[in-house]
Design a protein around this ligand. Sequence first.
Ligand SMILES: [Ca+2]
Ligand SMILES: [Ca+2]
Length: 467
Amino acid sequence: MSVLKERRRNWFISHKAQRQHRVLRTRLFLLPPLLICLFPPLLAADCQVELATGAIVTCTGVDLDGVATGALNDTVTVAAGAIVSKTDEKTVDTTATADAVTINGGDGNNTVTNGGAVDATATATANPANSTLSQAMANAIALQTGDGLDTLSSTSGITATATSLAHSSDVSVTLAGADSTQGSTLSEATAIGIFAGGGADTLTNFDHITTSATATASALNVDLKIMGLSSSDASTTAHANAIGMAGGNGADTITNHHQINATSLATVLATGVTVSGLQLDFASPTDAGIEAVAEAFGITGDGGDDTLNNTGAITANSTATATTTGIEVQFAGLSETKTATTAQATATGITGLSGSDTISNSGAITAAAIATASATGVSVSALHVALGTPENAGVEAIAQAYGLSGGTGDDSLTNTGSIATTGTATASATNVDVQAVSLSSAIASTLAESTAIGIDGGEGGRFDHQL
Ligand SMILES: [Ca+2]
Ligand SMILES: [Ca+2]
């Protein structure tokens, strides 16, 4: 073969190879989306689903989509070494809702077993928008079931993290007419490790459960004008709720042998808020209050006659902070007007809530609640003719910490372990002036109340938490 032919042959082979490479590269480039179209569960998730009378789901690798089965009797297993997580992050103007339930068995008699890691993360951020106040809701639950007789157990780590931020700024809102109008700034964060809904369920934990709920609400330079025939909600509220294990309604059996950490943080800040107007309904109060509510529970039985047992370590921490600076209220109405600044923190190791519960602890429980409320430069000038409902422009900080709490009902509480509880409440008011002309009294008091109880039989609905 001549040199020329040899070079032409090599050139041809070279270009043929390049062409084949380009075709192959194109096919490889198209392959993944094609496979995703054909087999979405196989590529998008690492949980295999077998359909029988109910779903049988087995997770063996890394899954970022979570699992949701229907109303039949389902079995969901997260194998050792597997990671199942779900994240929902929303950042929008005005109203943001984030919901992350990682494994949801739905109704029916379900069996949910975690031997790997299950994580839920929900983050909702509501930014200021024109003429509207912001609301943010974040809900994160790692393991959840609905009605039915469910068995949920975990031998590996679980986390649930919920963060909500509602920020209203430079807003002028007029609430008018007979219909209730959205005039509140609201931030709600709920984080639960294991939650069984209605029915008599069995929940057992052998490893870490870490839940964290952080809710922040801020109102800056907000002008509210109320001309209403119905109730007006012009409040600024942050509500954070963190729970390790919750039984829901029904006679549940909940046992913890390892470590539960539940932490809630609620912060509300109101600066430069003016409320003015006329309220014409006897029965409907106007709520222009500033309120931070933080709740943390290691284990809650909720409704029903529950059996709750802890041999592990439970830590429940709640912190509520409400800060008001420069609030001016000029109001005339037929019913009460609430303009109080309130911080309420509740931390509970184990509570049965309603029903006749049996609670025993041989482990270590720590519960700490911190509530701080402060108001500076508050001026309230009100005229109203409500009977028996005082004008409330006070500053309140309430901190409650309990180790074991029976809630309502005929409960049996036994402790052979250790319990440490602390409640810290601080309230301060500077330049708060209330001038109310009314048929009832006006309150501009400053209240700081802290409670720390190791074992509380409970009665009278001290807890209003109900899932
Ligand atoms: Ca089901
Ligand atoms: Ca239940």
